[in-house]
Ligand binder design. Structure first.
Ligand SMILES: CC(C)[C@H](C(=O)O)[C@@H](O)C(=O)O
Ligand code: SF4
Length: 468
């Protein structure tokens, strides 16, 4: 048998039919659903009198539109458009009999945090969702990617998806990370090195010592941003950490089924002599705590750097940089650490997990914020409860942070948590394009520890310079 990558293995195990031109019908193990990309898909089923093919493998949760302030069960708290989307999900979940976590349920949260938390996401699976950051689930050694609304309808109706296979790309992070450097710095640095189109046409497997050393939370952060690097999906071979994280979760297999699953899961690694169409290698020790300065995730630099000049770039990038700098209100040569921040947002499916909140709380403990507003938005109700139990919520509140309810929140301007024009934000989310966090809002992406450091000083800050 010819050697295979992990992606090849999962792909082959899910092909139902292959057409002559290589187009495949893939079986889908998990379909995650949120309120933004699903209403028309359910409507399509209704109009043609079809059912959801596998309601037991279909999991819905509202996250993008939900307010993150108390009393949000009251629909009057939402603007009309949000109310319609959330009400439609409520109704569709009931009508089609799929698993559902409404806002009143403590398990509600961002779909990419809820899936793994509840044990829906397992190694070797195919996982789809009408959402580009579905790549997050690849951290478990699953083939997970976003799909469009018409594909959502197709998966609801058939539990399959029409796909062409991508090429194999390996991103290896060798050796150890330095203190203050996190999974977010890895994933941003990879995009900085490859560009936002570097992964186009590929599924990325992240590997190497620095990846193996990451917790499951960190691995989810890395895979979450595979899509920002242009890749179809990102994944990491499962290991003992993966199995330990999954074991005992509500929807993970139990007993004999667990044993059977483990037998397969242990084979889920790329063969030593597998073929890679593209390889990128970064040394862990070369990665610094980074921030973005522009309006693309590839506009990333070590925090010790200065704002670049348009002339530093080539071709079309010169004009793009000029526009970015203008939008961001920055001057070439300005030290990144001199950039003043109005708002800090800690949350999102990139960095809204318990470990992220722990990392931020460790920086914040016993100190006060200097920014106008700062908020921590746990990625799920369960993350929130755990953070409260661990005393993290008190640390944040005493420092002056708002302690919110779970949702996508200020990651994107689809709910009441938005930036005002010109407002500058240190954010732990994954996208920084124009208007992403609100009309004319300015976003700098970074790790939770770096965002916490910015909250304390009022400007972008090297977390390594914050002392206890
Ligand atoms: C609204 C949704 C379709 C979108 C996505 O696909 O990623 C959102 O989650 C985002 O992060 O921009
Ligand atoms: S937290 Fe942000 S990136 Fe993640 S699903 Fe929500 S809007 Fe998309």
């Amino acid at each position: 048998m010819s050697p295979k990558t992990l992606y090849d293995k999962i792909w082959d195990a899910h092909v139902v039919h292959e057409a002559e031109d290589g187009t495949c019908l893939l079986y889908i193990d998990r379909h995650l659903v949120h309120e933004v990309t699903s209403p028309q898909a359910f409507e399509g089923l209704r109009m043609t009198g079809r059912k959801v093919r596998a309601p037991d493998k279909t999991i819905a949760v509202p996250d993008h539109n939900v307010p993150t302030t108390p009393g949000r069960e009251n629909p009057d708290q939402m603007p009309e458009e949000s109310r319609i989307q959330v009400a439609a999900l409520d109704q569709n979940a009931r009508d089609f009999g799929i698993h559902y976590y409404p806002v009143s349920d403590i398990r509600q949260g961002i779909v990419h945090i809820v899936g793994p938390e509840q044990g829906w996401t397992l190694p070797g699976m195919t996982v789809v969702c009408g959402d580009s950051h579905t790549a997050t689930h690849g951290a478990f050694g699953a083939l997970a990617h976003g799909i469009g609304t018409s594909e959502v309808e197709h998966v609801l109706a058939t539990q399959t998806l029409i796909q062409k296979k991508s090429k194999n790309m390996k991103v290896e992070i060798t050796g150890k990370l330095r203190p203050g450097v996190t999974a977010k710095d890895i994933t941003l640095s990879v995009i900085g090195a490859t560009g936002t189109a570097g992964g186009t046409g590929y599924v990325i497997e992240y590997c190497g010592e620095a990846i193996r050393d990451l917790s499951m939370e960190g691995r989810m952060t890395v895979c979450n941003m595979a899509i920002e690097g242009g890749a179809r999906a990102g994944l990491i071979a499962p290991d003992e950490k993966t199995f330990a994280y999954v074991n005992g979760r509500p929807h993970a297999p139990k007993g004999a089924q667990w044993e059977a699953a483990m037998t397969w899961w242990k084979t889920l690694r790329s063969d030593d002599d597998a073929h890679w169409d593209k390889v990128v290698t970064l040394k862990g020790e070369d990665i610094s705590p980074v921030v973005t300065w522009g309006t693309s995730p590839e506009d990333v630099l070590p925090i010790t750097g200065v704002v670049p000049a348009p002339e530093d770039f080539k071709g079309g990038k010169v004009e793009a940089a000029r526009r970015s700098l203008d939008y961001m209100g920055l001057t070439p040569g300005q030290k990144l650490t001199d950039i003043e921040i109005d708002t800090v947002f800690i949350g999102s499916c990139t960095n809204g997990r318990i470990e992220d909140l722990r990392a931020a709380a460790e920086i914040v403990k016993g100190k006060k914020i200097k920014v106008k507003r700062a908020m921590v938005v746990p990625g799920s109700g369960l993350v929130r409860a755990q953070a409260e139990e661990e005393g993290l919520a008190d640390i944040f509140k005493e420092a002056g942070f708002e302690w919110r309810l779970a949702g996508c929140s200020m990651c994107l301007a689809m709910n009441p948590d938005q930036l005002a024009p010109g407002e500058r934000c240190a954010a732990t989310s994954n996208r920084n394009f124009e208007g992403r966090q609100g009309y004319k809002g300015r976003t700098h992406l970074m790790s939770p520890a770096m965002a916490a450091a910015a909250a304390l000083t009022g400007h972008l800050t090297d977390v390594r310079r914050i002392t206890g």
